[in-house]
Design a protein around this ligand. Sequence first.
Ligand SMILES: N[C@@H](CCC(=O)N[C@@H](CS)C(=O)NCC(=O)O)C(=O)O
Length: 310
Amino acid sequence: MGRLVEGTWYDEWYDTEANDGAFIREDSGFRHSIEPGGRFSPDSGRYHLYVSLACPWAHRTLIMRKLKGLESHIGVSVVHPHMLDEGWVYDSPEPLHGYTHHHQLYTRAKADYSGRVTVPVLWDRQEDTIVNNESSEIIRLFNSAFDSLTGNSDDYYPQSLREEIERLNRRIYDEINNGVYKAGFATSQQAYEQACRTLFAALDWLEQLLGERRYLAGAQVTEADWRLFTTLVRFDPVYHGHFKCNLRRIEDYPNLAGYTRELYQWPGVAETVDFWHIKQHYYYSHGMINPTRVVPLGEGMDLTLPHGRS
Ligand SMILES: N[C@@H](CCC(=O)N[C@@H](CS)C(=O)NCC(=O)O)C(=O)O
């Protein structure tokens, strides 16, 4: 774990001291768009996606790449699950530049880059730079920018539901997606308890909502569901133990459990879920939380059982 400061790599853990033990996530640094006729146009083979199979943010982009039929148009490289003092690394050199370290991509894009070095990264081969490293924006690019290329016009961010999706995303991001990290990375009792209680209040809210609606925004699956799914699928095997989010398991929530199973069983989605990477990454990488780096055996609930939602 570390960061770049003016293009030089420094090994350091998150600084929570300045914030009374609370973890505060840094904003992503590259935020370009892809549009026909723009600087970055939606061409086949032009873009490459760098991901971790463990990372819930990167996982969103893999799901959207799959659902939108982009696999033959956008290549993928996967980092090793252990993120240690050199940050994310590649088992074998990545195909575009032969780099072994993910931070080399950041300094390739910006020689004096300062900030965290995260996945996912969407890379442009043509300009040899990072288009975007913010998953919430990458999934929206995937949702619509390449439709004329793929002929796939499935819409996970439909105009008529945008307001509701944004409302859901805001609370789910803050209290659940990022909420598990706030609980897990907290270094004071108070910061942990606050994050943990807020997280479970939000899960209780969703349990009720999913008793009234098939999917979060109503009758159709939207990006809000996929953004939530990548946290839910990691919850019982990792966040419940490793991040101390242990007031309840997802399996203890009938609606959330069925919903997680349904989304896992959605065509193409199970192939994007890799529990070996997920467990290895969290339990092995965070030495300050799990100093022995022993990885537990359990994988949480059986996601292949009938989901029972209709
Ligand atoms: N806001 C970013 C967050 C991405 C993120 O934090 N990824 C984690 C992996 S789960 C990472 O690469 N962390 C490395 C670090 O913080 O140094 C997004 O959603 O794309």
